[in-house]
Ligand binder design. Structure first.
Ligand SMILES: C[S@@+](CC[C@H](N)C(=O)[O-])C[C@H]1O[C@@H](n2cnc3c(N)ncnc32)[C@H](O)[C@@H]1O
Length: 249
């Protein structure tokens, strides 16, 4: 029988590789932080704003803002998703990210209305069962381990709390996939690099989207991590998807 248990050496190597990955990601976002919002809205033709509105609206169907649900926005970056929740009437929203320059921009935009914390999504500084709603927008793809990230998000979610994952996904409209790949591989990287002074961040974006699980695979990973009622909704023909899952035990 195949032994899937890791030796201590393999675990240590994975941890070292994970740390190096996190460090690279943090440095990359620190370098592009000042131009992140501009490029996001420009490259998506502002569609990213609509996607975030859909996340907040979907969450408010299960947790109407009047219920005072406690919301944690993980990998909040410059705060756009957290602030969308605030605009939609959620009073108790906390943003967490491990990249200080991204958080500084979030703090500027939030004008004191959003508690922000510098912390790693893989090791959140919260007790088990803390939040009613957890969101992660375009963040899961960047973690050293998607599985470890999902486990950690589930840990801090309350019973009957829900997770909302907004992430790039696999287009489902025929012909769209090729167009999307061309845009991500050929159009975004040179423009992104020109604006950011050749940082390679948009080559990384394209590669990471390529490697990330598709809609069904991510749903399966969420179930494996213990989420229930896992569903997804394709956004803009599957360019992005919103996955939801509930912690019911
Ligand atoms: C593409 S941005 C998304 C920001 C924001 N959620 C949005 O919707 O625009 C990804 C963010 O994930 C953060 N991030 C990546 N890995 C992380 C980790 N392990 N812990 C905390 N934040 C992380 C980065 O610092 C970056 O701000």
């Amino acid at each position: 029988m195949l032994n899937t248990e890791k030796t201590p050496e393999a675990t240590a190597t994975a941890t070292v590789a994970g740390r190096a990955h996190s460090e690279r990601i943090r440095e990359m976002f620190a370098r592009i932080a000042e131009r992140y919002d501009l490029l996001n809205h420009l490259f998506s033709g502002n569609t990213d704003k609509r996607w975030r509105r859909i996340v907040a609206k979907t969450a408010s169907e299960k947790f109407p803002p009047a219920t005072d649900a406690l919301v944690l926005d993980v990998a909040c970056g410059t705060g756009d998703l957290s602030l969308q929740f605030k605009r939609d009437g959620f009073r108790r929203v906390v943003g967490v990210d491990f990249c200080r320059p991204m958080l500084e921009i979030a703090a500027r935009k939030a004008e004191g209305k959003l508690p922000l914390l510098e912390a790693d999504a893989l090791s959140l500084p919260f007790a088990d069962n803390s939040f009613d709603v957890i969101t992660i927008g375009f963040g899961l793809r960047n973690l050293a381990s998607v599985e470890a990230g999902l486990n950690e998000l589930r840990r801090v979610l309350k019973l009957n709390g829900a997770l909302y994952v907004l992430e790039f996904s696999k287009p489902v409209v025929p012909g769209f996939s090729q167009l999307f790949q061309f845009y991500f591989r050929r159009v975004l990287p040179p423009i992104g690099d020109a604006v950011n002074g050749g940082q390679g961040a948009y080559v990384y974006l394209s590669d990471s989207v390529q490697r990330f699980p598709d809609q069904k695979e991510l749903a399966a990973l969420m179930r494996k991590a213990g989420f229930e009622e896992v569903k997804y909704r394709n956004l803009t023909g599957g360019i992005a998807a919103l996955h939801t899952g509930v912690r019911s035990r």
